[in-house]
Design a protein around this ligand. Structure first.
Ligand code: C2E
Ligand code: MG
Ligand code: MG
Ligand code: MG
Length: 310
C-alpha cells in the first residue's frame, strides 16, 4: 500500500494533508532557509499569441508566467508542488509571494528596457489577500522596479471568491486602480460563478490544463467515435471557456498546451494566448531572456521535433 511505498523516502503528496508532521517541519525549514539565504528563484514560461503560434516559428511572445522554485545548496531545483502547500499553511507564502512580485517586476522592467515590453504574470495566494498584504506588496514591487503597472498581471484562483467576497472585491478594485491586470488561474476547476466575471475587474481567464489535455482534433459531429466520448474528452469545456471569455470581453489563455492538435483546436475556436511545453517549459531567467530575444535555436529544435510527430 501507499504507506509501504512511502517508507524510507521523502514523498510529498500534492495536498499538504497527505504528509507527516515531520516532513512538514522539514519543508518549513527548507523554505525559511531558502528565504534567509536568497535561494528562491523564478522561472519564466513564455505566453504567445495564438496567431503567431506555429510550429518552428514562435515569435509572438506577449507575456511570461513567473513560477517560483527553491534552489538547494547543491543547486538542485525544488518545484512548487513540494513546498507551496506548506508555505500556504505556515503563512510563509506571504513573504515568498512578496519576493516573487518584486523579482518579477524587476525582470519585466529589464525586458522592457531592452525593447520587449511584455506582461509578467505572478501567482498570488489567497493568504496575501489577508490584512491587505497584497496591496502593500504590489505597491512596493511597482515602486522598486518602476515597472508600468499594466505590465503586471496577478493570477488568482476562484477559491479566493468563496469567502469574504466583498472584501476581496474591494482589494481587487484598489489594485485595479494601481493599473495592474488580473487573470483567473485554473479557471473552471473551482468555485465557478458567472457573477464574479462581471462584478470583478478581471482581464483574462486561464483554461486549466486538465481541460486542454482533452482537446484533440475535432471529431465529426455524429460519428460513433464522438458518441463514445464524454463531453470533457471532446474538449467541450476548454472551448466553452474560450467563448465565455469572449462574451465577457476577456482574454482567453490556454495553459498546459503540449501538442500541435491542442494548439490547432484552440486556434480554431479563437483562444487568444497559448502557454505550454509546446512553446517552452518554464525557463531560468537567463534562458528566458535568450528565448525572448530570439536567440533560441535550441528551443526551435524541440519544437520541430514536436511538429514532425503529426
Ligand atoms: P499554475 O499557476 O497553474 O502554473 C502552471 C503550472 O503548469 C506550472 O507548474 C507549469 O510548469 C506547468 N505547465 C505549464 N505548461 C505545461 C505543460 O505543457 N505540461 C505540463 N505537464 N505542465 C505544464 P509549476 O511551475 O510546477 O507550478 C505549479 C503551481 O505552483 C502553479 O500552478 C501555481 O499554482 C503554484 N506557484 C508557482 N509559483 C508560485 C508563486 O510564486 N506563488 C504562488 N502562490 N503559487 C505559485
Ligand atoms: Mg498560474
Ligand atoms: Mg494555472
Ligand atoms: Mg494549473
Amino acid at each position: 500500500d501507499a504507506k509501504e511505498q512511502g517508507r524510507g523516502q521523502y514523498r510529498f503528496a500534492s495536498g499538504a494533508s497527505g504528509i507527516s508532521s515531520r516532513q512538514r517541519i522539514e519543508v518549513e525549514t527548507t523554505i525559511r532557509k531558502a528565504i534567509d539565504e536568497n535561494r528562491l528563484v523564478l522561472y519564466y514560461q513564455p505566453q504567445v499569441s495564438s496567431g503567431s503560434a506555429e510550429a518552428g516559428k514562435f515569435n509572438g511572445i506577449i507575456g511570461a508566467e513567473a513560477l517560483i522554485r527553491i534552489k538547494t545548496v547543491n543547486d538542485e531545483i525544488i518545484p512548487p508542488s513540494q513546498f507551496i502547500d506548506v508555505a500556504e499553511e505556515t503563512g510563509l507564502i506571504i513573504p515568498l509571494g512578496g519576493w516573487a512580485l518584486i523579482q518579477a517586476c524587476k525582470d519585466a522592467k529589464e525586458w522592457k528596457q531592452a525593447g520587449k515590453p511584455i506582461q509578467v504574470s505572478v501567482n498570488v495566494s489567497q493568504r496575501q489577500f489577508e490584512r491587505g498584504h497584497i496591496i502593500k506588496q504590489t505597491e512596493e514591487a511597482l515602486r522598486v522596479s518602476d515597472l508600468d503597472p499594466q505590465l503586471l498581471k496577478l493570477e488568482v484562483t476562484e477559491s479566493l471568491f468563496i469567502r469574504d467576497a466583498q472584501r476581496v472585491s474591494d482589494i481587487m478594485n484598489d489594485l485595479k486602480k494601481l493599473g495592474v491586470c488580473f487573470a483567473i488561474d485554473d479557471f473552471g476547476t473551482g468555485y465557478s460563478s458567472l457573477r464574479y466575471l462581471d462584478a470583478l475587474p478581471i482581464d483574462s481567464l486561464k483554461i486549466d490544463k486538465s481541460f486542454v489535455d482533452h482537446l484533440q482534433n475535432d471529431v465529426p459531429p455524429f460519428s460513433a467515435d464522438r458518441l463514445d466520448k464524454s463531453i470533457q474528452q471532446n474538449g467541450t469545456i476548454a472551448l466553452a471557456v474560450v467563448s465565455m471569455a469572449r462574451s465577457f470581453g476577456l482574454v482567453s489563455v490556454a495553459e498546459g498546451v503540449e501538442t500541435i492538435e491542442q494548439l490547432e483546436a484552440l486556434k480554431r475556436r479563437g483562444c487568444d494566448v497559448i502557454q505550454g511545453y509546446l512553446i517552452s517549459k518554464p525557463l531560468p531567467s537567463d534562458l528566458f531572456r535568450d528565448f525572448l530575444f530570439h536567440e533560441y535555436k535550441q528551443f526551435q529544435t524541440d519544437v520541430i521535433e514536436h511538429s514532425e510527430k503529426d
